[in-house]
Write a protein that binds this ligand. Structure first.
Ligand SMILES: [Zn+2]
Length: 599
């Protein structure tokens, strides 16, 4: 890739890194936060008139929106080159100031949570407050579980040597692991994430050695890892009891605004479709020429590697497929390319993955990629563009209503990927590209839906058993294998070292029960896609409306507006119909793969 046109242009934000405008914004943010404190700290919000309250809320929101801009800019710079010392210093400064600004505003958030119900209702009935209904209701849900200021302070300070200490220990300890492995006759050193990325290697013995070595290292350190896991579960139980949460998932459900029954229904429907994943594992084994997959084969590439797709071609494909899907999608995606809101080529020092930064409603989103021309990269572009369009459309919301809830955050990105996949399957003549695309799509869905279901079931078991007694590492390993066996059945052989597979999942450490929101998000998106397939273009207006609403309502309400009822089992079934179709499509490939599709 040559020239500037595929790197991003950040001058919409600031003319130059650390220039006078940047510094001025940084100082202004702090100044406004200080003034806000002077005006409102110690004031009983329930004594404010609805108009005065509305003004305070607007100011609170505006300080954050303007205050975060220097920080977002520095983050983008740093992600494009983490080895640049100027960017590093800039980011550090912006981060410290932003934390300070947030601390200064914290009192207001707590005061909002503490508002008496009657006063809140009175304020909410004030017409200009309409757009803040949901945001205020959301905060209030935590009121029964929020303790007094003194107790909250004790929680938060004791956490530094409690929960956070264990989390940091996990990060630093596992981060210090390095692995030696012979690759192509040469012994090399690898980090943990490099070891896991070897699971995508075409070299089977290498995949096997990498995974066994990686898992064994966790097994050797079971004493530390097991203690961290036990302590975090126990800590969560103590805090839940003190705060009055009912069960280990209660708090997560409140944060996600989802009823426990809905989550359980979703998980049961997912389990009923485990055979679908097993069917795919069998097809994949055959495509790889293996009698049966082992753990380390799940993400192996197909034997014949597809041709490279230049970025120009990917851009053309994306614009054409998005335009065909909805002219609005085509137009917005065009803006991203024309105005250089995308940074595509890999460079030394650049952040290694891909993301879309939504920024704030008054700015526009940016996308970072590491585009190398593989089919996966084309799908990643479509995925991130989906996020970009979602944020772009939500810009009509104010900051507090801007970010979509976790459970709906992947809606447009999954649509983007599917729209692109379908277009490529229709037009691409190269069989290896089509096969690769289908496998990537299906494997991503299995990893996001089925695997996360296994992870959540395992976590539920561990929390339940820990109420009773301290869990030995052996016992944790047993629970882990059991949960995985439920999915794999006899379609995948688990290697003995896989009993340490739980020990490297950082979600268990950083945010318990986070994993089910992946299942939820992906299934909702697939189900909406299935609805689109059934209803045709008339569904598109509802989709656009859903995206425009950003985070202004609960997932339940936003989806209800889109004509979807998440309390019904047949809604969750819909997502699996999309996976069923992709697997059928894979199986329909010509005589070449006949042997693989006879079963
Ligand atoms: Zn995403």
């Amino acid at each position: 890739m040559e020239g500037d046109s595929f790197t991003w242009d950040l001058t919409d934000l600031y003319q130059s890194p650390g220039g006078p405008a940047w510094t001025a914004d940084l100082n202004l943010g702090m100044e406004r936060a200080r003034q806000f404190q002077d005006s409102y700290r110690g004031i009983d919000l329930s004594l404010l008139s609805p108009d005065a309250f509305f003004r305070a809320l607007k100011e609170y929101e505006s300080i954050q929106e303007e205050g975060v801009k220097p920080f977002l800019y520095a983050s983008l710079l740093f992600s494009e080159d983490s080895q640049n010392n100027e960017y590093k210093t800039l980011l550090q400064k912006a981060k410290e100031q932003w934390n300070e600004l947030e601390n200064q505003l914290l009192f207001f958030r707590l005061a909002l949570i503490a508002l008496p119900q009657e006063k809140l209702q009175e304020l909410q009935s004030h017409p200009p407050m309409k757009t803040y209904h949901h945001a205020l209701d959301f905060l209030r849900r935590f009121r029964p579980f929020t303790r007094g200021e003194k107790e909250e302070e004790i929680f938060s300070r004791k956490n530094l040597t409690g929960r956070s200490a264990f989390t940091t220990l996990f990060d630093e300890f596992t981060g210090s692991f390095s692995f030696r492995l012979e690759v192509e006759g040469e012994e090399k050193e690898f980090t943990g994430s490099q070891m896991l990325s070897l699971l995508y290697s075409p070299d089977r013995p290498l995949r096997e050695r990498a995974f066994r070595t990686y898992l064994n290292r966790h097994g050797e350190n079971q004493l530390v890892l097991g203690t961290i896991f036990n302590s975090l579960i126990f800590d969560a139980q103590i805090e839940d009891d003190l705060r009055g949460y009912r069960g280990p998932m209660h708090r997560t459900h409140l944060e996600n605004e989802i009823r426990p029954e809905t989550v359980e229904l979703m998980m049961e429907v997912t389990e009923a479709h485990y055979p679908l994943a097993r069917e795919y594992f069998q097809v994949k084994a055959c495509l790889l020429g293996l009698p049966k997959l082992r753990n380390y084969d799940l993400y192996a590439p197909l034997p014949s590697s597809p041709k490279k797709i230049p970025f120009e071609d990917a851009r053309g494909l994306l614009l054409q497929s998005f335009q065909g899907f909805h002219p609005l999608f085509g137009r917005i995606a065009g803006d991203f390319f024309e105005n250089r809101w995308i940074d595509a080529p890999p460079r030394k020092g650049k952040y290694g993955g891909a993301f879309c930064s939504g920024m704030t409603p008054s700015l526009h989103p940016y996308i970072l990629l590491n585009y190398t021309g593989n089919p996966r990269d084309v799908l990643t572009l479509a995925h991130e563009m989906g996020h970009g369009i979602h944020f772009y459309l939500a810009r009509g919301q104010t900051l507090m209503n801007f970010d979509p809830p976790l459970t709906l955050a992947e809606t447009a990105s999954v649509f983007g990927e599917l729209v692109m996949t379908q277009a490529l399957l229709r037009e691409e003549r190269d069989l290896t590209v089509r096969l690769a695309l289908l496998c990537i799509e299906i494997e991503d869905m299995i990893a996001t839906i089925f695997r996360q279901n296994v992870l959540t079931r395992f976590e539920q078991q561990a929390y339940q058993k820990r109420r009773d007694h301290l869990l030995s590492s052996e016992e944790i390993g047993g629970l882990w294998l059991e949960a995985n066996a439920g999915l794999f059945g006899d379609s995948v052989e688990m290697i003995p070292e896989y009993r340490w597979g739980w020990a490297y999942i950082s979600h268990f450490i950083h945010s318990r029960f986070y994993c089910y929101s992946y299942i939820f998000g992906e299934l909702v998106s697939l189900a909406l896609f299935q609805k689109y397939e059934e209803e045709g273009p008339s569904f598109l207006n509802r989709l656009v409306r859903l995206l425009e609403q950003g985070g202004s309502g609960s997932p339940h309400d936003l989806l209800k507006d889109a004509g979807v009822d998440i309390e019904r089992a047949d809604f969750w079934e819909k997502g699996f119909q999309v996976i069923r179709r992709l697997i059928d499509e894979l199986k329909s490939f010509g005589p070449r793969n006949k042997g693989c599709i006879a079963s």
